[in-house]
Design a protein around this ligand. Sequence first.
Ligand SMILES: [Zn+2]
Length: 364
Amino acid sequence: MSDVPADPIAAVRAAFLQAADQAPDPDPDRELQRIEELRVRFLGKKGEVQALMRQLGRLDKADRPAFGQAVNRLKGEVSQRIEQLRADAERRAADAALEAGWLDPTLPAAAAGAAVSGLPAMGHPHPITRILDEVIDHFRGLGFAVASGPEIEDAWHNFDALNIPADHPARDVWDTFYTTRGEIPRTHTSSVQIRTMERQRPPIRIIAPGRCFRNETVDATHLAAFNQCEGLLIDRDITLGHLKATLEGWVHRLFGPDVRTRFRPAFYPFVEPGLDLDAQCFYCHGGGRLDDGAMCPVCRGKGWLEIIPCGMVHPNVLRNCGIDPDEWSGFAFGMGFDRLVMARYGIDDLRRLYSGRLDLVRQF
Ligand SMILES: [Zn+2]
């Protein structure tokens, strides 16, 4: 004869129902905790339902199948009820959050990956936005204001005022887009220099980040629409020394304090002299080769990255804006944002940055 209580299954079932029927805790977190404790107490490895299963061995062989089935039915009933309690508690928590006003149900659902980590999905800025925020933060600290101008320009602001003559190849349709009305999707943010100098007397310190457009064949390092950031400083007695110190400070912020820089002469119609600022490749430390002898993929073996065209503002440009070049001088620079992002993060194909692929963006 079996020594099991008359109806142990009914006893466990009664105990479970008594606990489950209790009024829910008004605090959503405590209520979820209570439900979890209930689950462990009845369905856990050492729980009461499992204990019933262990009684099987002490039963007469003939009684075992019916008893086993009855325990399984109880197990199903308990799980279902616990799931129901949990769903009710979560709904009440969501209602409370909605009532409190901080939950916006129109926002997109958390990303699928969040379920794995158990954390809510968090967005973060795109690498280009991160660099943009850094540029603004750095130059604001030096007293530069953020200026902006229209993306569709006229020939005066995009070319003529910048000392780019009518026969300059940059004005050709092969390089520049024109609207049917002859307007120009700006080819550089330098047009914002002109607009600023036209309406503001020196001293001037601005940076002007924005989108630009060129009739480029799209490849790994060129896009028809890209991001640039212009910088302009006009004051009395400004020299190349000021330009050098200002830009070197920025490069060190971007790539680290030990990165070497060099200036090379270059020609741009709106500056005199014109320069290119190169930064030592942060990836191969200027050697052009990696430890295994392979060519550095970031600088393509050159050891240097050409990052900032710059120079002293051409007297003609100042005159075009009504500023006397005998009284005022200054420097200007233009940074291709996308290039900076590529250099900073070692991205070899610009198109990836705009691919909309979250698996890329999430790495930064
Ligand atoms: Zn390199």
